[in-house]
Write a protein that binds this ligand. Structure first.
Ligand SMILES: [Zn+2]
Length: 123
């Protein structure tokens, strides 16, 4: 099924028309408005006129049903999307200098022999 032009909204970033869908988890997901066999979202319009999407990735996903079409999430094609973090930032050196008013909080500082609580029981 192809969404009607009236069902499309402009992407806030690139202003291309997008179709807002509701995922199985109840989240909103924007997809490109034209079905695409490479898409990883199976979408259909339910009886209430709400576009539903479900992911086709993952072990439990089953193939699209006859009433579903594949769509591509807009984030995959949006030219103005915010850059996705592709690599982890470089880790700071293990013993980077901290400001003088900041104490180091790492396992090396933890007490190795905790005070036994049983001996501190209040009477
Ligand atoms: Zn966009």
């Amino acid at each position: 099924m192809i969404p009607a032009p009236s069902e499309l909204r402009p992407c806030r970033a690139c202003h291309k028309p997008i179709l807002w869908t509701t995922t199985v988890a109840g989240r909103r997901l924007a997809v490109d408005p034209v079905p695409d066999e490479t898409g990883n979202q199976a979408c259909h319009k339910d009886h209430a006129g709400v576009w539903r999407s479900r992911s086709l990735t993952g072990a439990e996903a089953h193939a699209p049903k006859g009433w579903e079409d594949r769509f591509v999430p807009h984030v995959a094609t949006c030219p103005k999307r915010r850059p996705v973090q592709t690599a982890l930032p470089a880790m700071p050196p293990a013993r980077a200098a901290l400001p003088p008013n900041v104490g180091r909080f790492d396992p090396a500082r933890r007490r190795t022999t905790p005070t036994p609580r049983s001996t501190r029981r209040r009477s």
